[in-house]
Design a protein around this ligand. Structure first.
Ligand code: NAD
Length: 282
């Protein structure tokens, strides 16, 4: 049988810890504050940002959504990130993607103070992560590791395969797995015979954005599969990159979509924000 590796209870636990820490910080005169910079009118982004804001307010974190509009110039976005980085009352800053045409997230995120870069978007954060130095990992990448730990999946010495190499998910997940002494293979768009690689995985992390990409032929018996993909369906639902029906019975465990990586991601964004705020008290 295939265990369903839910993220819902873990996200609740994290939010409970964050709520306690946020209350302590507020009592100490440092009310934690998160800013989310948005420059798109994309509907699914708006939905995601609302869910962050709701989760923040429930845990006692002030959350400001700074909407610069879908036509914001790159310089305008950069200036906003720099101003928030300078503002001592702001502890966490998220630059939400997608961005308007000419703007590149990696370049703009360089304007974010690494101390407040709670979603690990500044290339400096990814570099520090790769060098084994303290840094905020992108919340989604951190959520993959938190979920694996929560469900007591051993990593040291094991074969881990990551499908996808974006700076937001695939690459930082690979770095975090390396840090935990897994033997890591990274597959991507140009990988020949994807299934030959993924079948070797004891831990398989899929972050591509293509519904049904991973089927039974991609999964070795007993593998633990983390499905990061979020693909909207015609009927307004959400499915992952893994064909859950095909993999069930073969994998030892599979994270559901929705209810797997997603809720943990949001909770970790909040945890990173209180971690950043706590540094202001010491
Ligand atoms: P991206 O488009 O930036 O990167 C996709 C990666 O997949 C690329 O590295 C590409 O080389 C690789 N790829 C594309 N086609 C492939 C194929 N056929 N075989 C193997 N590799 C292939 O996407 P992203 O930002 O990394 O996001 C990936 C998915 O994760 C998306 O569905 C996204 O919505 C989802 N996501 C979920 C969360 C969450 O909190 N649950 C957060 C971020 C992203």
């Amino acid at each position: 049988t295939t265990a369903v590796l839910s993220g819902v209870e873990l996200a609740q636990e994290i939010r409970a810890q964050v709520t306690a820490t946020a209350a302590e910080l507020t009592d100490a005169g440092v009310p934690p504050r998160l800013a989310v910079v948005v420059a798109t009118d994309d509907e699914s982004t708006a939905w995601y940002v609302r869910s962050i804001a709701r989760a923040a307010s429930r845990t006692g974190i002030r959350c400001d959504v700074v909407d610069l509009g879908a036509h914001a110039a790159p310089d305008r976005i950069r200036d906003e990130l720099a101003a928030l980085s300078e503002d001592p009352s702001v502890h966490g800053i998220v630059l939400q993607t997608p961005l308007p045409g000419a703007a590149r997230a990696e370049e703009l995120a360089a304007a974010l103070s690494p101390e407040k870069d709670v979603d690990g978007a500044n290339p400096v954060s990814l570099g520090r992560l790769s060098a084994g130095l303290p840094a905020f990992a992108p919340a989604t990448a951190a959520a993959v590791l938190e979920l694996l730990d929560h469900h007591q999946v051993p990593l040291s010495g094991r074969r881990a395969v990551v499908v996808g190499r974006s700076n937001v998910v695939g690459r930082p997940v690979a770095q975090l797995l390396l840090r935990r002494d897994a033997t890591v293979t990274v597959c991507h768009r140009w990988t020949r015979d994807l299934a030959a690689h993924t079948r070797q995985a004891e831990v398989l992390v899929v972050a591509v954005g293509e519904a049904g990409l991973v089927g039974a032929e991609h999964v070795g018996p007993g593998a633990v599969v983390v499905d990061v993909g979020t693909n909207p369906t015609d009927d307004g639902g959400l499915v992952g990159d893994v064909d859950a029906g095909a993999v069930t019975g073969r994998a030892a465990g599979l994270t559901p979509v929705p209810g797997g990586v997603g809720p943990v991601t949001t909770a970790l964004l909040l945890r990173h924000t209180v971690d950043s705020a706590r540094r202001c008290t010491t």
